[in-house]
Design a protein around this ligand. Sequence first.
Ligand code: SAM
Ligand code: DTB
Ligand code: SF4
Length: 329
Amino acid sequence: MNVIAQAATLPPSDTAAPAQPRWTVADVEALYQLPLMDLLFRAQQVHRENFDANEIQRSTLLSVKTGGCSEDCGYCSQSARYDTETGREALLPLDEVLAAAQAAKDKGASRFCMGAAWRGPKDKDLAKVTEMIRAVKDLGLQTCVTLGMLKDGQAEQLKSAGLDYYNHNLDTDASFYGQVITTHRHADRLDTLDQVREAGLKVCSGGIIGMGESRRNRAALIVQLANLNPPPESVPINNLVAIPGTPLAHVAPIDHFEFVRTIAAARITMPTSFVRLSAGRQAMSDEMQALCYLAGANSIFYGDKLLTTDNPEADRDETLFAKLGLRPI
Ligand code: SAM
Ligand code: DTB
Ligand code: SF4
């Protein structure tokens, strides 16, 4: 059997769950090992079976509560434990959030994602965030928030406010997690994702590549995401932005083709999910981004800022989309 046919016959490896293929780490490692051209071909096949391959979804991010976070995530500019350039700010007032959401809509974003540097929201914080969600939704934008770990009942409150998506990344493989974060566990992340699903919200969950993890760790992260039942509707794949002052400041950047392979693995294992080419685009050439789209990425963060770091200007994305014949949705 040729290598592409072999890849096409990967899972289901667990026939007990026919409704959703169960991927194994070995399955995904086998994808990573394909010759790049075969992997890209397979990813394009899957992509075209499920999406218009020339359409890209655009979400704009806003940090509504920046810095001073109690957690020790080794990549993060917002942890209070590290001496970074990011200061501590209070929760933004509603009018500032609305002005940013309107500007994002005017620029063409379809979703507005609000992030907070919290371990998890206190109930009084959540009340203010639900006001923001209602107001942003009234502008006609899809809404997403990322607020950390949720307590019982909080996901339901977000749902009642009209929230569409909750972002909560698994970030890295369970077996590597403790080397990057010690103040909460990988299992806690899964617990919040369960609560989000139970409340009827759509799930946005992905991870960070290039933190010094092994290929096996990367494959395991993809498997953990793909085997969520159902898989996340939205899967952000972040390339580490190395932040001075954090423990990961000096990690060697990941090989570009390894990153592209990760996008392709996400596309193949999560055929109907939007795979978002997320943090790290600022440092990528146009050609590298085009390869990521070819590998099946069909969503981006759009606008010149992520949470605390820079993202390509909207004009740069528009110029690249025009060159590639990509249409924003
Ligand atoms: N505090 C909440 C949490 O941890 O879920 C929400 C905000 S947190 C900044 C959201 C996500 O941003 C993280 O899970 C991580 O995937 C991503 N992120 C943070 N810093 C990053 C960096 N330097 N490079 C790439 N991704 C990063
Ligand atoms: C996600 O996966 N990436 C976004 C969003 N979800 C919240 C955040 C990226 C942050 C990059 C570093 C920063 O700007 O602070
Ligand atoms: Fe806090 Fe989230 Fe940053 Fe971790 S990733 S330090 S929880 S803001």
